[in-house]
Design a protein around this ligand. Structure first.
Ligand code: ASP
Ligand code: MG
Length: 410
């Protein structure tokens, strides 16, 4: 007998029929002789609809975050009750638990709370009584009993954290895709499902556009050593196992290729190459709550001591970035200019094998150049190389990379 945590996302429980289908899967797992905790999300679209409702009743004003959490938590509460009902009508013994009832305690940061403690005794007791536990994702309570939510996509975190707390043998994240792919199959049709991936690779793929799961949950899993499998709730295919690194994992140089569209490049030219310049620029950008990704500073011109600094942001943040930086330009000296251009995309290759194999960057750049694709910016980490290219060429660039590293043969 194993102790298994399963998580079903919003699409998997999006209709009554799908909830019944999920209930069947849960029951099959139970009948195979395992103890099961199933974490469920709100039915797809529900969380967004609740946010809209809050907007509608508050007009110009904003709802308090406390009430927002009370509201949002109802999405998952609906699903746990329906899933438990479906199971019970199949003759199983299931019990639904809200985050609070399951002993999930968080800090008091409403709408993006962090889990501070889980007291799993109650869950263990129910499991030992032979019950199936249906747990609401995305929510908890503060020490003084206020309802909190964990941030969008937070049901993944509930599953991983509960798996850690009850020391589960297996954590399965069921979703609407078969797992993590070597590249987006809509772009590269011969992309392959990855059997095993390390936490770090999964995190780097997520930060460069491959959104299968909330990154915070993967970080949590890494910290507490929770192995988990991402797989489809619509079929019985094995998924992708996300786990700590092993020696054999390093033999594959590149695990996958990620792409991210709708990027823009902001360039500030003619700034003095002096201490404090970058601090002022990125301080202003951070103040405006804009996420900056790649940053490139040119070598300064010897005679003038001036340099250029470029960075990428999401296309939708360009105006905000320009507005935030305009007041700073004067402080940066005479003749400083700002320029922004969208229509660029990021292409990344990710793999822990890069640590022990040289020449990956050269291979990447050569393959792109052979395809006539111009690279604008480059940045690297220990296990990732990212370039920006024109958005029009991103699909082609992804195909070229996928082929260059032989990922279809994996
Ligand atoms: N229902 C929440 C959301 O839509 C949490 C989740 O689905 O993981 O963000
Ligand atoms: Mg969701």
């Amino acid at each position: 007998m194993s102790l298994i945590v399963q998580k079903y996302g919003g699409t998997s429980v999006g209709t009554p029929e799908r909830i019944i289908n999920v209930a069947k899967r849960i029951l099959e797992t139970k009948e195979a002789g395992h103890q099961v905790v199933a974490v469920v999300s709100a039915m797809s679209g529900v969380t967004n609809r609740l946010i809209e409702l809050a907007d509608q009743v508050t007009g110009e004003g904003k709802p308090t975050e406390r009430e927002m959490d009370v509201l949002l938590a109802t999405g998952e509460q609906t699903t746990i009750a329906l899933t438990a009902m479906a199971l019970n009508s199949m003759g199983a013994e299931a019990v639904s638990l809200t985050g609070a009832q399951a002993g999930i305690e968080t800090d008091g940061v409403h709408t993006k709370a962090r889990i501070s403690n889980i007291s799993p005794e109650g869950v263990h007791e129910m499991l030992d009584e032979g019950k199936i536990v249906i747990l609401a994702g995305f929510q908890g309570k503060t020490a003084d009993g206020k309802i909190t939510t964990l941030g969008r996509g937070g049901s993944d975190l509930t599953a991983i954290a509960m798996a850690a707390a009850i020391d589960a043998d297996l954590c399965q994240i069921f979703t609407d895709v078969d797992g993590v792919y070597t590249c987006d199959p809509r772009v590269v049709p011969d992309a392959k499902k990855i059997d095993e991936i390390s936490y770090d690779e999964m995190l780097e793929m997520a930060s460069s556009g491959t959104k299968v799961m909330q990154s915070r949950s993967v970080e949590f899993a890494k910290k507490f050593g929770v192995r988990f499998e991402v797989r489809s709730s619509l079929n019985n295919n094995p998924g992708t196992l996300v786990r700590e690194e092993s020696m054999s994992m390093e033999s594959v140089v590149i695990r996958g290729v990620s792409l991210e569209r709708e990027q823009a490049k902001v360039t500030i030219s003619g700034v003095n190459d002096l201490p404090g310049t970058a601090g002022k620029i990125f301080g202003a950008v951070a103040e405006a709550n804009i996420l900056v990704d790649m940053i490139v500073q040119n070598v300064s011109v010897k005679q003038t001591g001036k340099t250029d600094i470029s960075f990428t942001v999401h296309r939708d943040d360009v105006e905000k970035a320009e507005a935030a930086l305009t007041p700073v330009l004067a402080e940066l000296g005479n003749g400083v200019t700002i320029r922004a251009r969208d229509g660029i995309a990021k292409l990344s290759v990710v793999g822990i094998g890069m640590r022990s194999h040289s020449g990956v960057a050269a291979e990447m750049f050569e393959a792109l150049s052979n395809a006539g694709i111009n690279i604008e910016m480059i940045s690297t980490s220990e296990i990732k190389i990212t370039v920006t290219v024109s958005e029009e060429q991103i699909d082609e660039a992804a195909k070229v990379m996928h082929a260059a590293f032989g990922l279809a043969e994996a």
